[in-house]
Design a protein. Sequence first.
Length: 419
Amino acid sequence: MTTKQILENAAKQRNVPGHLFASARNAALGFIADYLESSMSDILAANKQDLDNFSSTMSDVMVDRLRLDEGRIKAMADGVRAVAALPEPVGEIIETYTRPDGLEISKVRVPLGVVAIIYESRPNVTSDAAALCLKSGNVCVLRAGKEAHATVSAIVAAMRKAIKKVGFPEDFINLIEDTSRESANELMNAVGFVDLLIPRGGAGLIKACVENAKVPVIQTGTGICHIFVDSSADFDMALSIIENAKCSRPSVCNAMEVCLVHADIAKQFLPLLYKRLVTDRDINKVILKLDERACKILGGQPFCERAGEYDFDTEFLDYKMAVAVVDDDIQAVNHIAAHSTGHSDCIVTSNESIASRFVMDVDSAAVYVNASTRFTDGGEFGLGCEMGISTQKLHARGPMGLKELTTYKYVVRGNGNIR
């Protein structure tokens, strides 16, 4: 089926899910979770096909993004069930008030309509996106990268069977069959068919959508996430946070890419950082890309390199990290302002006044005090799962859950009022 035909079929269902009873949509989500688990062998076989075809051309961390196992599929199903258990967003009365002329005005939450998602090699996005769209009363159109297309096709087939079982049209969940650049361009230009386009992937994909789309776009992160270690920081806490933020899963957008260290502690802290991320790790040792001041402390050791021109502006998505020494928290904030993508940035400190100033001055979607940036996630924020992490300010920011997939309308009730 052509991309145009898929979009036409999706548009015919616009707002229909929003008019269905919440109980029916929740039942459909329950069946989706069940079918994901019962279709596990088919999904894993398709995933093996993708891995066999493309893993030789991908980095190890990107292969990890693509790979599924029974545990990950179970986590996908659990994420769908978590979405089903969330409060119903459609029809929520955000506020209501009565004017002096007697008009009762209510602001009511409604679906956006057709939400299209372009993404690359993360199969779990498929079920997250479909679940959030269905729960929020939207039709979803999925366009995955070629590396994950067989896996995603198997997941979508299971989900379409699930919603059909409760009498819903299969076209509530749609998969673009064409994985060429042309299909992405068609989605970007699908005025009248797509109400919101969400790109999830590398900087190139997101930049192309933001610059070329004629339909509304939400810019999701690339994540050049920083952690600033203040002079008052507890060293053990800082090392634990940094190792988690960098190494627990470096291929995701909430992994840290830059470490800033206060000059007053740099000579003591940086050797400990090197020990934690290099010496003590048997595998996946972290390559440290050092600015001039950090080089004077760690330069010449294995896995230490002088930072290049663009290293502080690079989302490595790998076991690599840029390191700089700064004079104080003000210089740290200025460095973040110059290099951050507005995703997630953190300070480790025991000084409350400095923490408060950092929180006020850093203009990112999520700002942390003494916690890993890896928490920037819909599930960790209590949203069930997420559609993506918005790094813009309109109309959504940070992890996008159900409410971020709705808009609102005003319902005005009168009694023969005229103006």
